[in-house]
Design a protein around this ligand. Structure first.
Ligand code: DC
Length: 236
């Protein structure tokens, strides 16, 4: 389906399948996929490695200056690198998950990430997922989606993901981490997680990938008036 170069924003709570959904759109419609959460995770790993975040989540203010030297970028489209180093696996651990929300609440961290995201998205035709993409990063995105799912479904998804990666997750801890992140992400002062007024809401608790693809395709076709588009060569 031929659709113009637009920006699609996908926001929602933790583990609602935002990245799966956004990747699916990217593949289906040939868009660049950008995972903004990975950037916050990358900054968290950096702060941890530099010893700039304490166990009680206090962030050392020297992180602001240190960010000037931090080169976070995606290679092969979606693989996050810190300089030369592939950090894709490191940023998905519980250790990083447990401190990412406090880091993401720091205004200069958000400025750093927003700056990088805008640079990556400069070429257009982008689908980006996160918490504030439709409200702050790309408030003019042509299509906005807000994903939600029941907490126990989300915790189970995250649990399965961690287990598949060989970690040894405890369900109650995964659930607690999700709830804590949802709370911090929705209550922080700078760009809190909330649904943009013009976002389409999808509760995918009971949905599989095929249904999600169909829903996304319907949405995008509808947006561009392509629902009843005649076949090529149709003379009218
Ligand atoms: O999508 P994720 O779970 O990988 O995101 C990790 C954290 O990053 C999440 O708890 C909140 C933060 N985040 C954010 O504050 N704003 C975004 N646009 C994306 C993620």
């Amino acid at each position: 389906m031929l659709i113009p170069d637009i920006t699609i924003a996908v926001d929602g709570f933790s583990s609602t399948g935002k990245s799966t959904f956004a990747r699916l759109i990217a593949k289906h419609f040939d868009f660049l996929y950008l995972d903004s959460g990975a950037m916050y995770r990358g900054v968290t790993l950096f702060a941890q490695e530099q010893g700039l975040i304490a166990p009680d989540n206090t962030v050392d203010p020297s992180l602001e200056k240190a960010l000037e030297t931090l080169d976070l970028h995606f290679e092969a489209g979606t693989v996050l690198h810190m300089g030369e180093r592939n950090i894709e696996k490191l940023i998905r651990t519980m250790e990083v998950s447990s401190q990412v929300s406090p880091i993401a609440a720091v205004p200069y961290v958000r400025r750093y990430v927003d700056g990088r995201l805008h640079a990556f998205a400069a070429s257009g035709r982008v689908v980006m997922d996160g918490r504030d993409i439709g409200t702050t990063v790309f408030p003019n995105a042509e299509i906005k989606v807000f994903l939600t799912a029941r907490p126990e479904v989300r915790a189970q998804r995250r649990f399965d993901e961690l287990a598949a990666k060989g970690e040894n997750p405890v369900f109650e801890e995964v659930m607690k981490n999700l709830q804590e992140r949802d709370y911090i992400d929705s209550h922080r002062e700078t760009s809190p997680l909330r649904r943009a007024e013009d976002a389409f809401v999808l509760d995918n608790s009971e949905m599989g990938l095929t249904e999600e693809t169909a829903w996304a395709e319907g949405l995008i076709r509808g947006k561009f008036g392509l629902l009843d588009a005649p076949e090529e060569g149709y003379a009218g």
